[in-house]
Design a protein around this ligand. Structure first.
Ligand code: C2O
Ligand code: CU
Ligand code: CU
Length: 464
């Protein structure tokens, strides 16, 4: 509070200059690796029904999968063909702050008709995703969520790689969008979609060579749904199918691909050895109160290539620094109700008109045009333990931009020692996570249930 936009632009570690001069391009000589137009479009999401007024990336249809190489700069020109401002955030990437895509915090919104050049260098390999951070609920709900793959420096040896963009749409019986949220639900667990899709299809099916090795990259890009996923129908023996990474980071030991709990923003990589028997189906399902819901089908075709999961090179751990726990400072964050009534506050380009949630008893004050103070300031290079306390009954997938952290412990359950960018806090759960504050800048810190993010559960941490 009390920082004017001008002071903010000039004051933040040179980021102002970088985004005033660097990102917005009018005429630039050198070509981008990729052009990402953002447009409104109509698309056949349901059989024989055209859903109108979707928003998407790319030339039309589902958002393209962006593929880049670990450690190599990737230049993408985002062209805003919408009639409203937007921005693009690269979820999970530990990139430089000026490229993080958060309006007013790291860049100005990309206005209608403007092009913004993002130069992204991904230090980590794995499955990531991208989405807008401006009018976020509506733009994501209308379709703007895509998968980003950072390819491993050393090829693990799969025959094929299949990104699975898992999300719902809130459509009425006529296939058109209905209200993106209900205030009463935004104040609780959030408003679920009505139609489940994978890669914008309700019947995603892949024919795969029998006996081949396939990497399934699941990314839950939904605005609300916390779900549990299972892969079934694969053979046993030869390893068959294994969960090998969560939120872009390899698991220390592979696990069975069942009961995979994923909140909005989270990812899971599965190594699947396609069954030998022609026609055999492997199914990806979501657990629901009414039993498993089929999301995608993988069908074995042809004579077996007869590969074995043991032929895969184990994934290399990402170069995320380990926190020095003995000397780490503890920072506490409480995620709770908003104490401030329901006065509407802006939240990253536009407001939903309600305030329900808070961090450390304060609802996000809004960012337009002035950013608020950081929730905490961390010293570059120092280790921290973030103590994340959910004092509500609802799930809150807490996401930090620009830094990855390691899960340490929970008051409710055994936690695997995973490295992640999004920690799912369940009802009344307190979790300790640890990080090294090695990436300078202002990093958004928020719940990834977008209705929560947009009604108060947002803040940012500063590393300087
Ligand atoms: Cu995917 Cu600020 O988030
Ligand atoms: Cu993010
Ligand atoms: Cu939440």
């Amino acid at each position: 509070l009390g920082v004017s936009r001008r002071e903010f632009l000039l004051g933040t570690a040179g980021a102002g200059a970088a985004f005033l001069g660097g990102g917005l391009i009018a005429r630039q000589a050198n070509a981008a690796n990729f052009t990402l137009p953002i447009t409104s479009l109509d698309h056949t999401l349901l059989p024989e029904t055209v859903t109108r007024n979707m928003m998407g990336f790319g030339a039309g249809g589902p958002p393209p999968v962006l593929r880049m190489k670990q450690g190599k700069p990737f230049v993408v020109d985002v062209i805003n063909n919408l009639k409203e401002p937007t921005s693009v955030h690269w979820h999970g990437l530990r990139l430089s702050n000026a490229m993080d895509g958060v309006p007013y915090l790291t860049q100005m919104p990309i206005e209608a008709g403007e092009t913004f050049r993002y130069t992204i260098t991904a230090p980590d390999a794995g499955t990531f995703w991208y989405h807008p951070h401006c009018n976020t609920l509506e733009q994501m709900a209308r379709g703007m969520t895509g998968i980003l793959v950072v390819e491993d420096q050393e090829d693990p040896g799969f025959d094929q790689d299949i990104p699975l963009n898992i999300r719902d749409f809130r459509l009425g019986g006529d296939g058109q969008f209905i209200d993106f949220y209900k205030p009463r639900l935004a104040a609780r667990g959030g408003t679920l979609g009505t139609v489940s899709t994978v890669n914008w299809k309700t019947d995603e099916t892949h024919d795969l060579p029998a006996g081949s090795l396939v990497r399934l990259r699941l990314a839950v890009t939904d605005v609300t749904r916390v779900g549990t996923y299972d892969l079934t129908g694969f053979d046993t023996g030869k390893g068959a199918a294994q969960l090998i990474a969560l939120d872009s980071n390899p698991l220390p030991a592979p696990q069975a691909p069942e009961n995979i709990l994923l909140a909005p923003g989270q990812r899971a990589d599965i190594a699947l050895r396609v069954p030998d028997t022609e026609g055999q189906e492997v199914l990806l399902t979501l657990q629901t109160a009414k039993g498993p819901r089929l999301l995608a089908k993988f069908r074995s075709v042809g004579t077996s290539l007869n590969r074995d999961l043991k032929e895969l090179r184990p994934l290399t751990p990402n170069p995320v620094p380990e926190a020095d726990l003995a000397n780490a400072e503890v920072l506490e964050f409480v995620f709770g109700w908003s104490p401030g009534g329901d006065a509407p506050k802006p939240s990253f380009c536009g407001t939903l008109g309600y305030t329900f949630w808070s961090i450390n008893r304060v609802a996000w004050e809004g960012d337009s045009p002035d950013p608020v103070d950081p929730l905490a300031v961390m010293k570059q290079g120092k280790s921290y333990i973030l103590r994340l306390r959910n004092e509500t009954q609802n799930d809150h997938p807490i996401h930090l931009h620009g830094l990855s952290f390691r899960l340490l412990r929970s008051n409710k359950r055994e936690l695997p020692p995973l490295v992640t960018d999004t920690a799912l806090l369940q009802s009344k759960e307190t979790m300790d996570v640890a990080l090294v504050a090695d990436n300078p800048g202002n990093w958004a810190f928020h719940c990834h249930v977008i209705e929560h993010q947009k009604t108060g559960l947002t803040g940012y941490l500063r590393v300087e």
